[in-house]
Design a protein around this ligand. Sequence first.
Ligand code: PMV
Length: 316
Amino acid sequence: MPAFTSTSPGKIILFGEHAVVYGQPAIAVPVTQVRARVTVLPQPRAPRGQVSIHAPDVGLQTTLDALPADHPLAAAIRGVMTELSVEHIPACMVRISSSIPVASGLGSGAAVSVALIRALAAYLGRPLADERVSALAFEVEKIHHGTPSGIDNTVVTYRQPVFFIKGRPLETFSIRQPFTLLIADTGVASPTKETVADVRAAWQAEPARYERLFAAAGSIARAARQAIEAGQPQRLGPLMNENHALLQEMGVSSHHLDALVRAAREAGALGAKLSGGGRGGNMIALVQAETKDRVARVLSEAGAVRVIETEVRNQE
Ligand code: PMV
């Protein structure tokens, strides 16, 4: 039996985080500069059915049986077994590595799940269709996020820019003119599960106010899609700024994020906003060829621990 490897990109949310959980559209794109990689290697000498798991990046060395059922890796593996009606996996080692920073809005959890689900299904000789991969990864996302919208598993599975509305079929769209984003990490880890739960509590306390904020974010996502399809990415700058202001009102920004957003704008970015769950993690800035180096430098000076440049374009 040969070894099987699968890799998945990271992702970034351009517009509509949090509001997407409440049925509003959001836009997300893959980030191919960072990746999760999972290899499943046969271990013919290991005890029958033993699945060992090595994830050196996070210091994990264990076996499937030793993991609690609600551990995301165990949930992904058992999800594949149930999907394929497999009771015992031929003994193997699952090796996981990832260059995607965790808990920072780059979709590391979804990327590991998707790569693991694909590699394991291939190892079992039964590769899964994208739709099933995404659905299984969504079940794992529920452990990471509590009440996720499904946007992370969708964009990571399909590796394409998506216009995402919870519960609706996948909608990809065309990027008429590529554009460049800088993704700057505050270095503050912030589990999405917590910010999603906080927004839920705030929405329950003040439903009318939060629904107005969510609807406004949804309108911005629609306007952004039009701008992207029209080949006018510069129009995204002001929309990013407006979306950031809404996220501040939702209570998910932080002084670190606001400082980076301000620094990017002052250095010439066309617009900037936090991206993902918020409170920490990443912000994104829309830059042009003539401003990107300056904005990247200023972001580092303002405290970003990492700045990734990514070009947003249609996948070939
Ligand atoms: O970028 P992340 O992984 O932090 O995703 C957060 C996106 C939210 O809208 C806040 C939650 C979700 O499930 O859509």
